[in-house]
Design a protein around this ligand. Sequence first.
Ligand code: SF4
Length: 228
Amino acid sequence: MTIIRDIPLSLTMEHILRRQGMANISAVSPKILALSRELIDEVGTLQSLDPAIAYEFCPVNEINDRGERLHGQKRFPFASELAAIACTIGSQLERKVTDYFAHDEPLRGVLLDGIGSAAVDILAQEACRMIGVVAGSQGNESSSPLSPGMPGLPLSEQRALCRIAQAEKIGVHLSESAMMMPRKSISMLVGIGPKMPTWTKAQVCSECVLNKTCRYKIGSSRLAENKK
Ligand code: SF4
């Protein structure tokens, strides 16, 4: 098992606003932009992000908590092994979000929550990049990631995935309903092998059952930007 901390995250305003459901930056009010910039500075000053990644490579026949083989391998039929990954930005930022709501500052709370979502997205991308480097050093490729709940990896695999990645070593725990705590955490399964499939975030959104209504989806215009 590998744990990585002190990971620099470079947040962009576009990414942050998209995670707040405001994909068109030119349509965002100056007040929202100014407040978002203020909150980004506050996150840096207060060091509200504590990013950490835990990952473990496991054989493709790794069993889940019900004694079955992990489902994710069906999406990577030619994988020689799997990487189970957990990442989190810690709990400081979400405590601050709760404070803002408790002190009647919901706009600050919503915007800061979006900053946290953008940060954990970037952290997940960095985790996948790191896995790709390890796979490449062994002459293999890494697939795009699957998270529990995506087509090919049922939500019921969340416990097995976090157990294999040893998510608790970076302070991530699961609630009774298998929700990750801190909330700004992500678990992923990546296939490793000689020729692994990849997909874009836009393709994931296009397959998602929430596609028609989701404010956070990535459209086809971003295919190139997000291509691995
Ligand atoms: S469309 Fe689905 S996959 Fe895409 S951002 Fe929304 S919930 Fe996530």
